[in-house]
Each structure stands twice: as structure tokens, then as C-alpha cells.
Write a protein that binds this ligand. Structure first.
Ligand code: HEM
Ligand code: HEM
Length: 333
């Protein structure tokens, strides 16, 4: 905790110029995406396990507060991806180091250049939605519906602290391996390779669900679902996912396969990144540091299991009927 306060105050005081600010932005954008991912993988699994809850989750995504968050999320993903590529390129080519400052400015400029048309297209989707006068969940309901996630995160923190307490009794204190160890060298390479692989996957996902079809089109009846030949007849969020995951090309469920790869890479990359951040601020206490590591392991295992199980299941017509009822109840029909 003291090291976190120290980092915050030193970040504001220290005049480390652009390199320091790009480090801060990379960290904040990575953490923002990890938080979103945690909610997102859990609620996507509801399309399979609790169709009624998935209807609510997508209605919350379409509310004004989440629309603001969606613009922030897209900005975070684009900045983090471009800056991550900069880090990977400079790590591989130390000769380029003298150009670090210029490269950091190029990353900021490229982020702005990509964001301007992206935001304009997203904004056009928002305007269409409000012009059509479709029902909107109010902000208080959208926020209250996130309470179970906050409770889940609190439970994960308690479990991590308990595991740390138990392991400190059972496992004798070892000399810290530090970032130079073989394991840490593996993670260093993994972060760079996974980052490269994530770029096309996450940009493709966002292009499909923000640009080609917006978040609001997920519940548009009679609309052909992006990346499929199937129409969303009922206009329910659950049928949208069912059509995407049911789309077969040569007998292969292509979007399931795509989501498997995206899930594995972003969860492992994101939670290992979270471990870097949390262990930076807990390095003074063996107990807090091991609790931080347990928390990251718990988070990754829960998301990989839930997301993986959802992808292995099939969304049948009874789930779509439940979603239709829930949609009618939500909009008072
Ligand atoms: C507001 C922004 C987003 C929306 C509305 C959205 C929407 C969706 C939808 C409808 C699905 C269901 C299946 C599909 O269509 O492929 C899905 C799955 C998925 N999305 Fe997103 N997505 C968003 C942003 C992201 C981001 C930024 C990431 C990565 C960091 C991501 C990672 C995933 C993963 C891993 C799955 C598969 C989940 C599972 O296995 O259960 N999504 N998303
Ligand atoms: C889109 C492509 C991405 C690229 C190219 C990328 C690249 C990188 C790189 C190179 C690092 C530095 C690793 C190190 O210090 O050894 C990093 C850190 C990190 N990444 Fe990513 N990443 C991407 C996507 C994501 C996503 C989707 C998430 C969230 C789910 C995420 C979360 C993080 C976090 C939390 C860190 C730690 C930041 C820190 O130590 O300050 N990244 N990323």
C-alpha cells in the first residue's frame, strides 16, 4: 500500500517526460481492459447458463453509462495494443532505443488517428438507437446490476488472502526468484508473443461488435448477425450469440474457435499483467505478494473455466424462449 501511494505521488512529481506517461497509460489501459474482461466473460457465459440474466446484461451495456464506458474501453484497447507493439519492437531491437521518445509520440498520434473515425462510427450507432426510440435501461438499474460482480471480486480477494495465510504456514519461505528467473523469462516472452496474437483477434472482435454492427444491433429483430448468414429472428441477445456460435463453415464452428483463442490469450495475458502490477505494489510483504498472486490465479482459472464451458455448450431454442420472456418483462411488454 505504501508503495502504491509512493508510486502515485512520484508519478505526479517526477518529470520523466513522455516515457513515464506512456508507462502510466499502458498500465491504466491494461487494468481497465482486465476489469471489463472479468465482467464480460462472466456475463457472456450467461447466454448459455442464465439466458434471462444475459438479456439484462446486454440491456445494461446499451444504457448511457455503459455507452460512455464503451468509448473508454475502445480507447484503452487501441492505445494499449499500439503501445504494446512499440514495447515489443524496442525490446527486440535495442539499437532503436534512442528513438523511444519519438515512438511514444507516434503511438499517441496513431491512437488519435484510429480513434477519430472509430468514435464517429460508434456515435452514429448511438444516434440511430436513440432516434429509433427503443427502450433504454435507466442508469441506476444498470449500476445496481453490477453489484454481484463487486461481491464476486470481494469473495475472490478473501479466498486469495486465506490461501496466502494457509500457504505461508505450510510452505517454508523461499528466496524470491525475481524477474531474472527462467519462469519470469518465459512470462516476459509470453507477454510479447500473446500481445502480437491478440492484436488481430481483439481488433476483429471490436470491429464486428462496435463498427460493422454496434452493441445496439445485438437486440435488433430480423437483422443478419455479423459474421453469419443467420437472422436474429427474435431480436434477443441470446439468439445473437446462438447464431454466432452456431455458424458452421465446413462443419467447423468458426466463431467458437475464434472466441476460444481470444479467451485463452486475453485472460492469461491480462491476469499475468495484473500480477505484474499487483506484485509491484506488494513487494514489501511476502504475505500480501502471495495473496496478490493467488488472486490473479483465481481470476484467470474462473474466467477460463466459465468462458470455456460456455463455448463447449450449445444454446438451444428453450434458452431463446427464456430470453424472449425476459426481454418482454424488461420492457414491460
Ligand atoms: C462493449 C464491448 C464488447 C461487446 C459488446 C462484446 C460482445 C461480445 C459478444 C456478443 C460475445 C458473444 C460471442 C460472439 O459474438 O463472438 C463476446 C464474446 C467474447 N468477447 Fe467480447 N465484446 C466486447 C469487447 C470485448 C473485449 C475488449 C474483449 C477482450 C479484451 C472481448 C473478449 C471476448 C471473449 C474472450 C469472448 C468469448 C467469451 C466466452 O468464451 O464466453 N470482448 N463478446
Ligand atoms: C491488443 C494487443 C496487446 C498487446 C500488443 C499487449 C502488449 C503488452 C506488453 C508488451 C506488455 C508489457 C509486458 C511486460 O512488461 O513484460 C503488456 C502488459 C500488460 N497488458 Fe497487454 N497487450 C495487449 C492486450 C492486452 C489486453 C486485451 C489486456 C487485458 C485483458 C492487457 C493487459 C495488460 C496488463 C494489465 C499489463 C501489465 C501492465 C504493467 O505491468 O504496467 N493487454 N501488454
Amino acid at each position: 500500500m505504501t508503495s502504491l501511494v509512493l508510486t502515485l505521488s512520484e508519478t505526479l512529481r517526477y518529470r520523466g517526460a513522455i516515457g513515464q506517461w506512456s508507462w502510466v497509460l499502458h498500465r491504466i489501459s491494461g487494468l481497465g481492459v482486465v476489469l471489463f474482461l472479468t465482467l464480460h466473460v462472466i456475463d457472456t457465459s450467461w447466454a448459455v447458463f442464465y439466458p434471462e440474466l444475459y438479456v439484462d446484461a446486454i440491456a445494461a451495456y446499451q444504457s448511457p453509462i455503459f455507452t460512455l464506458g464503451e468509448f473508454g474501453l475502445v480507447a484503452c484497447v487501441i492505445y494499449h495494443a499500439l503501445n504494446g507493439l512499440r514495447i515489443a519492437i524496442f525490446d527486440a531491437r535495442p539499437k532503436l532505443w534512442k528513438h523511444q521518445a519519438r515512438a511514444a509520440v507516434i503511438v499517441l498520434a496513431a491512437t488519435a488517428i484510429i480513434l477519430i473515425p472509430t468514435f464517429l462510427i460508434m456515435f452514429a450507432h448511438v444516434l440511430n438507437f436513440y432516434n429509433e426510440g427503443r427502450p433504454v435501461m435507466n442508469i441506476v438499474d444498470a449500476v445496481v446490476k453490477q453489484a454481484p460482480f463487486a461481491a464476486g471480486i470481494a469473495v475472490a480477494i478473501i479466498a486469495a488472502v486465506l490461501l496466502s495465510a494457509v500457504s505461508s504456514v505450510i510452505i517454508p519461505a523461499r528466496k524470491s526468484q525475481g524477474r531474472g528467473s527462467t519462469v519470469e523469462r518465459f512470462w516476459w516472452s509470453f507477454m510479447r508473443v500473446s500481445g502480437l496474437l491478440i492484436v488481430p483477434l481483439v481488433f476483429g472482435h471490436l470491429a464486428m461488435i462496435h463498427l460493422i454492427q454496434g452493441v445496439f444491433d445485438i437486440t435488433l429483430a430480423g437483422h443478419t448477425v455479423v459474421g453469419t448468414t443467420l437472422a436474429n429472428e427474435t431480436g434477443t441477445a441470446v439468439e445473437f450469440v446462438a447464431n454466432r456460435w452456431g455458424m458452421l463453415v465446413g462443419g467447423v464452428a468458426v466463431w467458437k474457435l475464434y472466441d476460444f483463442a481470444l479467451l485463452a490469450l486475453v485472460v492469461i495475458h491480462g491476469f499475468n499483467g495484473l500480477r505484474y502490477v499487483l506484485t509491484d505494489y506488494t513487494s514489501g510483504s511476502r504475505f500480501a505478494k502471495s495473496a496478490a498472486i493467488y488472486l490473479c490465479v483465481i481470476g484467470a482459472v474462473v474466467l477460463l473455466t466459465l468462458g470455456g464451458l460456455a463455448l463447449l455448450n450449445t444454446i438451444d431454442s428453450s434458452a431463446i424462449e427464456l430470453a424472449q420472456e425476459a426481454t418482454r418483462a424488461l420492457h414491460g411488454g
